[in-house]
Design a protein around this ligand. Structure first.
Ligand SMILES: Cc1cc2nc3c(=O)[nH]c(=O)nc-3n(C[C@H](O)[C@H](O)[C@H](O)COP(=O)(O)O)c2cc1C
Length: 207
């Protein structure tokens, strides 16, 4: 397979317009779009080919409500860690789209999977989580390529989410994903726009 100039242009455009989305319409995500996101996840790289991610599609209104409550609790606790103008700015942020997102996925990473037989993670056990994070990014791009938005939520207590969903032992909570059609599109991160944290240029240097 050989890719041309237009492919990289379109890929970079997709990446520029990916963005973390917290404002969703409530109309459902087509099953065909969900299938494609699932396909993208399956194409992600992983250490030792362990494929340590597990995804639960959460439809239960009771569980969704409990997660909204958990988010409210964790977010209020996080707000307490700020003072003055920073606290006021934090309070103005919208940090999840849990109330509206029609598709919600809970992503987990296996703690010590048989798959991969330990290859590549003897000295770096964190590579399992790195692999699962790559799967999330693949899903994120596949969502955006279908005009969907995705918002990643980490303001949650992992153990509580694991208990709430009753996952098997060894599944560690990684992220809650809110997915749906965005109410508006933007090519700039909300945290940059709001002045919370402007985009900086991390190191990329020759040594
Ligand atoms: C691991 C991870 C966890 C995140 N958790 C949250 C979250 O809890 N709430 C939120 O609003 N955004 C969350 N985000 C989104 C980031 O705020 C966002 O990616 C960042 O501000 C850059 O914006 P962009 O994704 O639009 O480029 C998370 C992103 C990552 C990668």
């Amino acid at each position: 397979m050989e890719f041309g100039e237009d492919q990289i242009t379109r890929l970079l455009s997709l990446m520029r317009w990916r963005r973390d989305v917290r404002h969703f319409r409530t109309d459902p995500v087509p099953e065909v779009a969900i299938d494609r996101m699932r396909e993208a996840v399956a194409l992600a790289p992983s250490v030792g080919n362990a494929r340590p991610w597990r995804v639960l599609r959460v439809e239960s209104p009771g569980i969704r409500a409990a997660v909204r409550d958990e988010f409210a609790r964790c977010n209020a606790a996080a707000a307490e860690g700020y003072a003055g103008d920073r606290r006021a700015a934090y309070d103005r942020l919208k940090l999840a789209g849990l109330e509206a997102a029609p598709l919600q996925l809970a992503v987990f990473c296996l703690e010590d999977p048989e798959t991969g037989h330990g290859l590549g993670r003897q000295t770096m056990p964190e590579t399992l989580r790195q692999s699962a994070a790559m799967a999330v990014y693949a899903l994120w791009l596949a969502a955006r390529a279908q005009n969907l938005g995705l918002g990643m939520v980490s303001i949650l207590e992992p153990r509580r989410i694991e208990t709430l969903l009753g996952v098997p032992a060894g599944w560690r909570f990684l992220a809650w994903l809110c997915i749906g059609y965005p109410t508006f599109a933007d090519d700039t991160p909300l945290l940059h726009r709001s002045g919370w944290q402007e985009n900086s240029e991390p190191a990329w240097e020759a040594v």
